[in-house]
Unconditional design. Sequence first.
Length: 449
Amino acid sequence: MENRYDKYKDSGIAWIGEIPEHWNLALVKSIFNRRTKKNNPILTEERLSLSIEKGVTLYSEKTTNLDRFKEDFTQYQIAYPNDIVLNSMNMIVGAIGISHYLGCVSPVYYVIAPKDKNINVNYYGYLLNNFRIRNLYHTLGEGIYAIDRGEGRINTCRLKVSYDKFGSIIVPIPSINEQLSIATYLDQKCSKIDELITLQEEMITKLQNYKQSVITEAVTKGLDKNVPLKDSGIEWIGEIPEHWEVKRMKSIYNFGKGLNITKADLVDKGISVISYGQIHSKLNTGTCIKDSLIKYVPEIFLENNNASLVKKGDIIFADTSEDLEGCGNCIYIDRDMLLYAGYHTIIAKNISTYINRFFSYLFQTDCWRSQIRKVVNGVKLFSIPQKLLSSTDIITPSLSEQQSIADYLDQKCSEIDKLISIKQQKIEKLKDYKKSLIFECVTGKRKVS
C-alpha cells in the first residue's frame, strides 16, 4: 500500500470512515451548484448520452438504443464542459460521468458544477462514483431496484435518488492540490488497470472464437482428417464426410412447450425449472446444466404439468431472443433430475437412437444457427417458433462417430473453458483492485504523491 497520512480522524460518516486529520467535510450541495437550465431557447442541438461503461459521450456516436432521445431539444437540460452528470435512476450502478462537451441531456439526469475553483471535478467524479457511496445511493433511493431478465442479466435499475437527498450527502474535501494529485494518480493507475482488463477480455474472445472453431470443425467434418468428403447440398453445411447424412430436425425430435408461467410464479425452493432467461445467460454453455442457472416453482405444479418436465438427453430452446446472436440458444439436459422447462421455452425430445450430446454441440455453431437467423421474425424481440426449429437441417454422423465427437468436445471444451475461467477471475480481481484503489485514494486511506 502507498504511504498513509501522519494523522487521521473519524469522519463520523459510515461510508467514509477515517480521513486525514486536515481534511474537511461538506454537503454536496454546499460545494456544487445544480444546473437546471432548459435548452429553451435552443442553445445547442448536440445531444449527450450517459452510460455506465463510457460516461458522458456524444449521442451521435451511439450504436444502440437510438430511439430513446426525442427530437424536441427544448425539453432537455444544458450541460457544459467539466460538469458532472448523474442519472438519478441509475446512480447506484455507476451512471455518473464528467461532460467534456456543451450539449443537452435527459431531464432525469442531474447536472452539477463546482461553486468555486477549490473543487476539482475529476476528483469528485471518482468520489461520487466509488462503490461505497453507491451503497449509500441504494439506501436513499425510492422505487423498483432492478428488472431481472434471468441469471446474470440485470436489465436496468429504477431506484431514483432525489436531488434533495443527493445534495445532503456529506463528502470529504481535501485541499485543491491534493484533489488534483489524487485525480491524476487515479487517471494513470486506472488507465493501466483498464488496459490489463482489456487484454484479458481480448484473450477470452480469442479463446471463445477458438472454441467455436473447434466445435464447428468437429461437428461438420468429423475427427478423421483423411475421410473422403461430399457436397452436402446445403449452403450452411458445405462439404461433409461422404457417409454422413443430413436430416430435418423434426425427423429426430418431438417438440413441446415449457410451463405457462411468469417470474411471479418462481419461489425460493421447490421443483427445479430452466426458463429462457437462464438459457440466454452468459453462464450457459449450452451443453450442460449449471446449478447457478436453476430456479424453482412450487411443488403443486407437478399435479397437472407433466408435459413440461424434461429428462436427461432433452434439449430446451429459448423461443424468443432480444438479438440475432441469441437465436438458437439452448441448454442440454446432461443429468437425471426433476426439472421443468419454464416460460418462453421449447422442449426438443429425442425420438431416435441418435446421441443428443453431439447435437447439443452442433446447436452451438454459427453455421447451424444461420438457418434460424436468416428467417426469424422480429424487430426488438425475435420469435423462434417450433415450426422454424423443426424445419432446420442437422448433420447425422454414425452413432459411433457421434459418441466419439461428443467425448472429444467434452474434453477439449472443458480445457478451453478452464482457461477462460482463469481469465475471468483475473478480470474480477483487477476490477476489485480498481474499486478498492479508488475508494482508498478519494477518502485518504492511501496517500498519493
